[in-house]
Design a protein around this ligand. Structure first.
Ligand code: TXA
Ligand code: MG
Length: 319
């Protein structure tokens, strides 16, 4: 059910869950003041309880009055103010130590930290300004591709589910997550902002550890990264060029030639921003077309935003 911003604000203040647009992907929002609504989000998504949620704020000042942060946000963590100044509002999520009582343990999944983001989307900003901080995971069933338009939300949660239509998401891929660990920022999840861009602000390249390594690395990664993710029902194969015959399906690029009749195009092979923007459309389209198996053309660079696309495709293939 498509609802207005005002209806969303009312529902959120009454402790209900609604889907809202952000510039990255749509989110399933609940007020941080309503624990039952936060619990309902986990149930709706089928999300494991140990996977914490991002707290969305209207601005850095939204974090201060909650007195949530330990140490207090200003001047205590190297690079924090510079990152906030340069990338908020926007697709950067910051994981910070918090005062435990300030944010429900269910939202934090019992961790001593919480993730914060200030979205850029005007609808999200207008809602947050009235409701106060909102937790909002991506509006998709746990493990499936995220939602980048209102129709995706309706596919996953049904037409009766309340959603504010904010158009197509501008970036179409989730925020980049930075986690501070012993004074140094590391990438917990690759996303819409490349680590190379963050390096211009930080003065060093924040490291990203491909997953499931030592427990030390797990400590500084996002719990959500430990699960199968972004996956369509179709089985995706990666690696060596695999010609599956005329009936074969390819996920590839508009400026490359493939012999297969059916090619699902991400975009041009020199334009990672557009390819990321179409990624979830393409993964969802495979399922709409009832594709059972597709070969993914992963002949893309391992730097900048290509690394985000590469990581999402590898995870969508269930590796
Ligand atoms: O762009 C986005 O970030 C979107 C929009 C809606 O804002 N949200 C989103 O939320 O992608 P979700 O729940 O799908 O992903 C949140 C990620 C998960 O991988 C989770 O493990 C991680 O953030 N996370 C949340 N709190 C954390 C914490 N305290 N420490 C480490 N990772 C955390
Ligand atoms: Mg998600």
């Amino acid at each position: 059910m498509r609802i207005s911003k005002e209806q969303a604000i009312n529902r959120l203040c009454q402790g209900q869950v609604v889907a809202i647009p952000t510039e990255t992907v749509y989110g399933l929002a609940a007020s941080i003041k309503h624990e039952a609504a936060i619990e309902a989000i986990f149930a709706l998504k089928g999300r494991p309880q140990n996977n914490p949620l991002i707290v969305h704020v209207a601005g850095p000042d939204h974090v201060h009055p909650m007195d949530a942060l330990v140490p207090y946000i200003k001047g205590r963590i190297d690079g924090l103010e510079k990152l906030v100044e340069a990338f908020w509002p926007g697709a950067l999520t910051l994981v910070l130590p918090v005062r435990q009582e300030a944010i429900s343990s269910i939202a934090r999944a019992g961790l001593t930290t919480a993730a914060f983001r200030m979205p850029l989307h005007p609808v999200a900003q207008a809602i947050l300004a009235q409701t106060g901080p909102l937790v909002a995971p991506s509006a998709n069933r746990s493990g499936s591709p995220s939602s980048t338009c209102v129709e995706h939300v309706e596919t996953d949660f049904g037409e009766a589910f309340p959603v504010v239509d904010g158009g197509m998401c501008e970036s179409g891929v989730e925020s980049t997550i930075l986690i501070v660990d012993e004074g140094r920022w590391r990438v917990g999840r690759l996303g819409a902002i490349a680590p190379e861009t963050l390096a211009l602000c930080l003065g060093y390249l924040p490291e990203w550890n491909a997953l499931e390594k030592s427990s030390m690395q797990q400590k500084i990664c996002c719990p959500g990264q430990l699960y199968r993710h972004y996956a369509p029902l179709a089985k995706l194969t990666l690696g060596e060029r695999e010609y599956l015959g005329d009936e074969g399906v390819v996920v590839g690029f508009s400026d490359r030639e493939y012999r297969e009749a059916s090619v699902f195009c991400l975009g041009a092979s020199n334009d990672p921003v557009s390819c990321l923007n179409r990624l979830y459309f393409v993964l969802r389209a495979l399922d709409q077309e009832k594709v059972a198996r597709a070969w993914v053309d992963l002949r893309i660079p391992e730097a900048g935003l290509w690394r985000t696309l590469r990581e999402r495709l590898i995870r969508a293939a269930g590796r």
